[in-house]
Ligand binder design. Structure first.
Ligand code: AMP
Length: 278
């Protein structure tokens, strides 16, 4: 169980505390704050599986493209603190940008194929920023296990690949997507949706359900299923609807247990992503 929740801003201070925790398992949940029940599920799982739990809250500038919502990204520290306190988190790591980046350099380049499709296609270099900050945070916290949501499927897949490729001694724990009552996947960006847009956004999870029903009837053809989903999303601004193997390579037919449907849409200017692992 946790003692008092500590808020640590400096890397040296965090390292000092963690040095005393040798031989105890450390669960780590990296976030950008504006915590919701999706994050809470990751934190609770970390709490259940580790002696010590660190949650980082860091809005990482290098993963935002110019013109994206970095400065407007929701920042709700008091609420985040309360969620962490209630979940018995031990440490919130809350560094400033200058604490993490001595320069604006990127230290990790994402894989050319998998890092520049889907999210990386419309947001080139996004995953360079993600992988750079995750590797920095891994080296600072040196967790036993780190928890990531399947909601950001491509991010999870690329982090898993980085851990394997660089022989990092960390177990990555994937957590299922947490949804609101209307089926929309929880996201810090949902606060930007108007009431009407929120209703329109339901088409995204509904299209995934509809696709899974189609697959259950025996349909395996990727083009047919993608077309079916796009039709369900005709009132939204589709960025991509893509069915791939779970290693993000292309397939013609669904491979049960090894495929993933990925969607990105804009609703009223808000970019939403969702997916289904099949
Ligand atoms: P973020 O603060 O958006 O960077 O998210 C931090 C972590 O929470 C990432 O691993 C996300 O995949 C995960 N996450 C965000 N939303 C959800 C959700 N609705 N369900 C499960 N995990 C989520």
């Amino acid at each position: 169980m946790s003692s008092k929740l500590l808020i640590i801003e400096r890397v040296v201070d965090l390292k000092k505390i963690l040095a005393d925790k040798k031989n105890r398992s450390v669960g780590f949940v990296p976030t950008m704050g504006a915590l919701h029940n999706g994050h809470r599920t990751l934190i609770e799982r970390a709490r259940a599986e580790n002696d010590f739990v660190v949650v980082s809250i860091f809005v990482n500038p290098t993963q935002f493209l110019e013109g994206e919502d970095f400065s407007k990204y929701p920042r709700t520290f008091e609420k985040d603190h309360e969620i962490c306190r209630l979940a018995n988190v031990d440490i919130i790591f809350l560094p400033t940008v200058n604490e993490i980046y001595k320069s604006d350099d990127i230290s990790v380049i994402s894989p050319i194929k998998r890092g520049y499709i889907l999210e990386g296609f419309s947001r080139p270099n996004h995953f360079n920023g993600v992988l750079t900050v995750v590797l920095k945070l891994f080296n600072i916290v040196q967790p036993t296990k780190a928890y990531f949501g399947k909601k950001d499927a491509q991010q999870l897949i690329l982090i898993n690949q980085m851990v394997q490729d660089l022989y990092l001694n960390i177990e990555i724990v994937p957590i299922d997507i947490v949804r609101d009552r209307d089926g929309v996947a929880l996201s810090s960006r949902n606060v930007y949706l108007s009431q009407d847009d929120r209703i329109i956004a339901r088409a995204i999870p509904n299209s995934l359900i509809s696709a899974s029903k189609l697959i259950m009837t025996g349909e395996r053809n990727i083009i047919k299923i993608e077309t079916h989903i796009k039709n369900e999303l005709k009132n939204l601004q589709i960025e991509y609807v893509s069915i791939l193997k779970r290693d993000l390579t292309q397939i013609d037919q669904i491979e049960m247990g090894n495929s993933i449907i990925l969607i990105a849409c804009k609703v009223g200017g808000v970019r939403l992503i969702d997916n289904l692992w099949i």
